[in-house]
Design a protein around this ligand. Structure first.
Ligand SMILES: C[S@@+](CC[C@H](N)C(=O)[O-])C[C@H]1O[C@@H](n2cnc3c(N)ncnc32)[C@H](O)[C@@H]1O
Length: 191
């Protein structure tokens, strides 16, 4: 995974839309297979908020960030709540990578609403909907297709922008997967 975090993951996240100096929220970051490459992309003038409810995984991430001299990773341990202690319209990019299947429909809706709140007006919501039908189905996602997930996010006032596919990190190896990118609907931008 070291090559993924330092090289291929960096390239993938650039393709998916991350840019230097951005403020990124990696929600459900675990030990940071996306946090670390995101931190390399945004650089020393950017920040990656790495949010998880698992202290042990966050400890591992902290060690890795230190070993890579990445001072732009801000670790946030939560109790699993969807409401985050982040200012409204303060985030350029949110990653919901391989995490939405942990949530029931009602809580996913709350999470999308929280994403609407913390994202800047032109912010990007990037989603990796793993564990849907035909993709090692699990938990809440076992009956949903990737298109179903796309539709429910669109129904939460986002519009679908683009899809990026490739060999991407899942757990501790690479698999073929696609991330779906969304932006806030204009109506939400006029508040
Ligand atoms: C399968 S891992 C994915 C890790 C990472 N995003 C990746 O793709 O490599 C899912 C992570 O989401 C975290 N998670 C699940 N529900 C959460 C919640 N309600 N709040 C914060 N983290 C959560 C889990 O603790 C776990 O570390």
């Amino acid at each position: 995974m070291e090559t993924w975090e330092k090289e291929n993951g960096v390239k993938f996240l650039r393709k998916a839309g991350l840019r230097p100096e951005q403020i990124v929220l990696d929600f459900g970051c675990k030990m940071g297979h996306y946090t670390i490459p995101a931190a390399f992309v945004v650089g020393s003038k950017g920040i990656v908020y790495a949010v998880d409810k698992q202290q042990q995984a966050l400890n591992e991430l902290q060690q890795k960030a230190k070993a890579n001299n990445l001072k732009n990773v801000k670790i946030v341990k939560t109790s699993g709540q969807t409401a985050l202690e982040l200012e409204s319209e303060s985030i350029d990019v949110i990653l919901f990578y391989d995490v939405l299947h942990y949530f029931g429909k009602h809580d996913r809706k709350k999470l999308y609403q929280e994403a609407q709140r913390v994202l800047k007006q032109d912010g990007l919501l990037s989603v990796y909907p793993k564990h849907t039908v035909g993709d090692d189905p699990l938990q809440e996602f076992r009956k949903l297709s990737s298109n179903d997930v796309k539709r429910e996010i669109e129904n939460s006032d986002f519009y679908f922008e683009e899809k990026y596919c490739g060999a991407i990190s899942h757990d501790d190896s690479l698999n073929q997967g696609c991330v779906l990118n969304f932006r806030k609907n204009e109506s939400h931008n006029c508040i």
